[in-house]
Design a protein around this ligand. Sequence first.
Ligand SMILES: *Cc1c(COP(=O)(O)O)cnc(C)c1O
Length: 433
Amino acid sequence: MLYYSTNKKAKEASLKEAVVKGLASDKGLFMPSVIRQLPKAFFHNISEMSFQEISFIIAGAFFGEDVEADALKTLVYDALNFDAPVVPVTDRIYSLELFHGPTAAFKDVGARFMARLLGYFIGKERREQVNVLVATSGDTGSAVANGFLGVQGIHVYVLYPKGKVSTIQEKQFTTLGRNITALEINGTFDDCQALVKSAFMDADLNAAMNLTSANSINVARFLPQSFYYFYAYAQMLRQGKGDNLVFCVPSGNFGNLTAGLFAKRMGLPVKRFIAANNRNDVFLQYLQTGQYEPRPSVATIANAMDVGAPSNFARILDLYGDSHEAICAEISGASYSDQQIRQTISSVYQTSDYLLDPHGACGYQALEDGLQADETGVFLETAHPAKFKDTVESVIGKKVIIPDTLKAFMNGKKQSVELPANFEVFKTYLLDQ
Ligand SMILES: *Cc1c(COP(=O)(O)O)cnc(C)c1O
């Protein structure tokens, strides 16, 4: 399948080119040229199917032309060797728990899939080393670093804002060594993202090394995120709750939400979506005014959503032909302050005995506030609450149980390279490697 750029000025790319390059040459984001409708028969059987079985079928719809079926099956089954259960929180609001992977956040899905797909292309052609640059506000770095750890032919540079990620998050990408390098940037997440973007646009760097991104701008990372919307639907159907479903997505760069919009285009019966934001709410502002005005991010306790210029906004616009009206017909928004997030974590813990993380709390609250009488809501619980231990413990006044997978990271020793938020310095550093 070919991939076009949202800016429409670059030549269409093959899947391999889109994955290896990350961003199109005209700075646009790659979009699949075809969004396949899934056959009716698939939806008849879906409630009987496992996460891996469903994912393999959706993966085939996107990647089946470019990857042999048995290789794709191995890749999917290997990447998604954990569950994504839907759990009731109230009688109308369900949590799609996406934190059962190795780094306890949803980004494991896309990162593990992308690492294997890129590894597949590199291995097939014996290409020279590919360097993955990834900017993180916390969870992307851990998922990508762990997803790519030890993959032959790939080196990963994780850029993260010094002092702005939680200790557990930081440990997850600074303790690995091997083909993973952590770059501690004196700046904000937006600075990290800008450095990565500038690197992709820099002629010298691109002449000297193969660079790609593992942020959700990469199609191999964000498209697999559509898998679990289908799986969530399957589970809701099994419980007789498949009608009038509303998915609510705690959003930062909007990769997760965009993957859901793709699922709907492929025929998934979703009524509508809600994008839940923290105080970084440029998308909500866009919905309300029709004006998209990116601005610097502000730090919140849901830090993986601290994004002031969501990179997938271009994909949403493209998907709806730039129509504000069409976008508003399928997506609404909400925004919550740290104080409100804390309040939600506390009240849901007390009344439903369910422990939310600060991101999932935005999702839950937006359903609580926005669900209509005939609707059932599923919010994406994007991370395990233990990843935000300090915040969550201060709210509920109790210790949070840390999953063993996360505990193991805490014993590792942090190794990072500190750099200023300055492109020339960053460039020189990369060229010296
Ligand atoms: C990355 C992340 C988000 C935001 O996802 P986007 O796809 O960037 O919108 C939300 N919650 C958590 C825990 C995350 O790690």
